[in-house]
Design a protein around this ligand. Structure first.
Ligand code: TRH
Length: 380
């Protein structure tokens, strides 16, 4: 396929920031790989929270060389791209679909949810003919095995991370800009989770820890209620109890969120995208998985645990599973699981670095996606 193939990505923001987070990462990485990209998004306000350069009032704008459009636009787009990405089964505008049917020379890809479950291997790449139109969409599954599409990781991420961590001026400026306290002697923790996370148990464990101090950084609007309840009163600024201080920081853009993960010793993350970013930050992390009906998410959690902890020593594996299970089950007693996990923290640190290197050695998703499209694109 021509290196400058045109790509249209369609994204509907269903809830939270995962849909737009994935779409924005994908769009920018395709541009870095020399593709022309238009990104159609139905909720520019949500988009603006993860990309400060975006003006949510403008229906069309170019950011990071991505042509960003509000969807649906009053004069819906009928100029069809060579590759059309429907993100997470969000559907396509009807006029656009009609134009695709008339032209019949673009490739339609359904970019799906990330999972470590083995069934993904069999579904990745499957075609799905449209019931009424002369069109076929192809399923593309991100994943951890070589039989999936891989992970949305920038090929130069390691260099960017090293440049930031080693630049004392940038490091200081980052702390100052977001009001992050500097305290060399304490462990920094970023805390991003769903509102049902058992936050009180975690804060109890940190506050009672006589062996070290803890600084927990909580993005604004995330877990505000739980933090307020635990301290009593206002959640803003920095509050302290026992060995714990908790600071509410702004909800930052996606690139700064990476930097936040890089400055922290431990990262609590959720969903899909922050979950991957924590892994490539190379620090111990705790995953709050997106809750699904019939507890389907627990199978997803178990599948990831099984691939992630295979090289861990039995007691480290047990501690990791114990905390991840307790963090994802609001009925669980969290404090003992936190203590067991902290007891093996230095070994988790070594394992997190090894896991990061393992992921970085794999072929990036965008390279896989471009090859996937080239192999399937209909001949004109
Ligand atoms: O927001 P999420 O819960 O999104 C979810 C999941 O993706 C879920 O699997 C999906 O089904 C659902 O959306 C629709 O969590 P996630 O995936 O981590 O996305 C959060 C995004 O927000 C990610 O791109 C990182 C970004 N972010 C920032 O840019 N700044 C911040 O301060 C924070 C906390 C996050």
């Amino acid at each position: 396929m021509n290196a400058r193939a045109t790509w249209d990505i369609f994204c509907r923001v269903v809830d939270n920031y995962g849909d737009i987070g994935i779409a924005w990462r994908l769009a920018r990485q395709l541009v870095d790989a020399s593709c022309d990209v238009r990104l159609f998004v139905d909720d520019l306000a949500a988009f603006a929270r993860i990309e400060p350069a975006l003006d949510a009032r403008r229906a069309r704008q170019t950011i990071a060389n991505v042509d960003v459009r509000r969807w649906p636009d009053p004069d819906e787009e009928t100029d069809v791209a060579t590759v059309v990405v429907e993100l997470l089964g969000c559907g396509l505008p009807s006029r656009y679909l009609a134009a695709m049917s008339a032209q019949r020379d673009s490739l339609w890809i359904d970019f799906e949810h990330l999972s470590a479950e083995s069934w993904i291997d069999g579904f990745h790449g499957l075609p799905s003919p449209h019931p009424a139109l002369p069109l076929t969409k192809h399923f593309f599954y991100p994943g951890f095995s070589d039989r999936t599409g891989g992970l949305l990781i920038e090929p130069d991420i390691d260099g960017r991370r090293a440049a930031f961590i080693e630049d004392a001026t940038a490091f200081d400026a980052f702390h100052n800009r977001f009001g992050i306290p500097r305290d060399e002697g304490c462990k920094h923790v970023s805390l991003f989770a769903y509102p049902n996370a058992p936050v009180a148990g975690l804060l109890d464990a940190f506050a009672a820890d006589a062996s070290r101090r803890w600084s927990v950084l909580v993005p604004e609007g995330v877990l505000t209620e739980a933090i307020t309840r635990w301290f009593g009163g206002d959640a803003g600024g920095t509050r302290t109890r026992g060995s714990l201080s908790a600071t509410t920081i702004p909800f930052v853009g996606q690139d700064d969120y990476d930097r936040l993960l890089w400055i922290c010793d431990i990262n609590f993350v959720r969903g899909e995208d922050s979950f991957v970013r924590a892994q490539i930050a190379g620090r111990p992390f705790v995953w709050h998985i997106y809750p699904q009906v019939d507890a389907a998410h627990l199978a997803k959690l178990a599948a990831f645990e099984a691939i992630h902890d295979v090289d861990l020593q039995p007691e480290v594996r047990a501690a990791e599973r114990g905390l991840w299970q307790a963090w994802n089950d609001p009925r669980a007693k969290l404090a003992p699981a936190v203590l067991d996990w902290l007891a093996v923290l230095s070994r988790l640190e070594a394992a997190a670095e090894a896991w990061r290197l393992k992921l970085l050695a794999r072929r990036p998703l965008v390279e896989n996606l471009i090859a996937f499209a080239a192999a399937r694109r209909p001949s004109p």
